[in-house]
Write a protein that binds this ligand. Structure first.
Ligand code: UDP
Length: 370
């Protein structure tokens, strides 16, 4: 008979931080994952000396000193600064939206000129209190930037009209009247040298691990194998856990197409966003640029978003009003549980960045140990 304090479903960032902290606190943890590897979507795999971000680009950034110190215990971070570019029908623009973007768009040089241009466009549109992503974007950057750099990209990414998406999605991006191409406003930023997988390997030291194991299968087998546990941390989709009994939450999935090219430098930058509607992928990642061009040849990945269906991998919750309302009902069910807790992007149905995932996991640990 093997008994654990916690069964942790999902060996991603949330589950592994939780496992690490609980193990440190003297609890026993069994971590299971349906995939044949750890690290969830932050998994990186070394190929030809290049760390390939198998499930899309992950750039660590945070303004929280405590979280930055925490991840630095598990890896050394390089000084990568994300400065993606946008390709709109062959025209190249800097991101996030800043003076380089505005200068290229309107042939202007001074912040006051950009400000005037944006204000004029906003005034013409007459938006005072933005109610959705389209109105929010228009009121931040005006019509030209919206139409070339936001509308097509967002509709591909989310599969919905910009009027039917929450304003919060676009608020993730800075808008600056300076010539600063740093995509993030955060104080700390970087890529773990040697990839992300090593972080999760270290976090899982001291826990037992079972890979290629679906939760539903595992639960059936557990009693025969005489495995028991006091509590479950579930980091998969909360609606799936409840067998969709209140209805389906919506998610976006991604398909990645990765090619190895023998040339040394394909696009000169880690991330290029293709912002026109007609190109079916949203972005092309050139992985070697996350670590300043080390490695032979190059790996590039095209990212194709689509609506999640049963059997595909969920990547993004679609946090519109209807889904958030349904999630609240699942949350009520969850609040009534005595031995199951839910965490992570899928368990908490939140568009979390990595630093927020760690923070939420540490908060959950504190609550559990209280
Ligand atoms: N976005 C856009 N154009 C771009 C980049 C981003 O319109 O070139 C919008 C789009 O709606 C996207 C949101 O900004 O979903 C957030 O972008 P972010 O880069 O934070 O997305 P993530 O990297 O999490 O997919």
């Amino acid at each position: 008979m093997k008994h654990y304090d916690y069964l942790i479903v999902g060996a991603g960032l949330f589950g592994s931080v939780f496992a690490h902290e609980m193990t440190k606190a003297g609890k026993s943890c069994l971590v299971i994952d349906k995939r044949d590897h750890i690290a969830g979507n932050i998994y990186t795999e070394e190929k030809n000396g290049i760390n390939v971000h198998k499930y899309g680009a992950h750039i660590f950034h945070t303004s929280d000193r405590g979280i930055w110190d925490y991840v630095n215990e598990f890896a050394d971070f390089n000084n990568f600064v994300n400065s993606p570019i946008a390709n709109y029908k062959g025209e190249i623009y800097n991101l996030p939206f800043n003076m380089n973007t505005f200068s290229r768009m309107w042939g202007i040089k001074k912040p006051s000129e950009a400000k005037e241009m944006i204000e004029k466009q906003i005034e013409e549109l007459g938006i005072t209190d933005p109610q959705n992503l389209e109105e929010q974007a228009l009121s931040l950057v005006g019509k030209d930037v919206y139409e070339k750099l936001i509308k097509g990209y967002t509709e591909k990414q989310w599969g919905r009209d910009c009027k039917d998406l929450p304003a919060s999605i676009i608020k993730r991006l800075p808008v600056r009247l300076t010539y600063d191409n740093n995509y993030f406003n955060d104080r700390f930023q970087g890529i773990p040298m040697g990839g992300y997988t090593q972080i999760v390997e270290k976090l899982l030291e001291g826990s037992d691990l079972l890979l290629s194991k679906e939760y539903s299968e595992f639960v059936k087998e557990a009693s025969c194998k005489e495995i028991s546990f006091d509590k479950v941390l579930y980091t998969g989709m909360i609606d799936e856990y409840y067998d969709y009994k209140l209805g389906h939450l919506e998610y976006r999935t991604l398909r990645f197409e990765t090619d190895y090219l023998s040339e040394d430098n394909f696009q000169g930058v880690a991330v290029v966003n293709y912002t026109e509607r007609e190109i079916p992928y949203t972005r092309v990642i050139e992985h070697k640029h996350f670590e300043f061009g080390k490695g032979d040849g190059t790996y590039i990945t095209r990212e194709y978003p689509s609506e999640w269906k049963e059997g595909s991998e969920p990547y993004y919750p679609v946090n519109n009003e209807a889904n958030n309302a349904l999630f609240s009902k699942y949350e009520e069910l969850a609040a009534g549980e005595t031995n199951v807790i839910f965490g992570g992007r899928l368990g908490q149905y939140k568009y979390y960045d990595m630093d927020k995932v760690i923070k939420a996991a540490l908060e959950m640990v504190a609550k559990e140990n209280n």
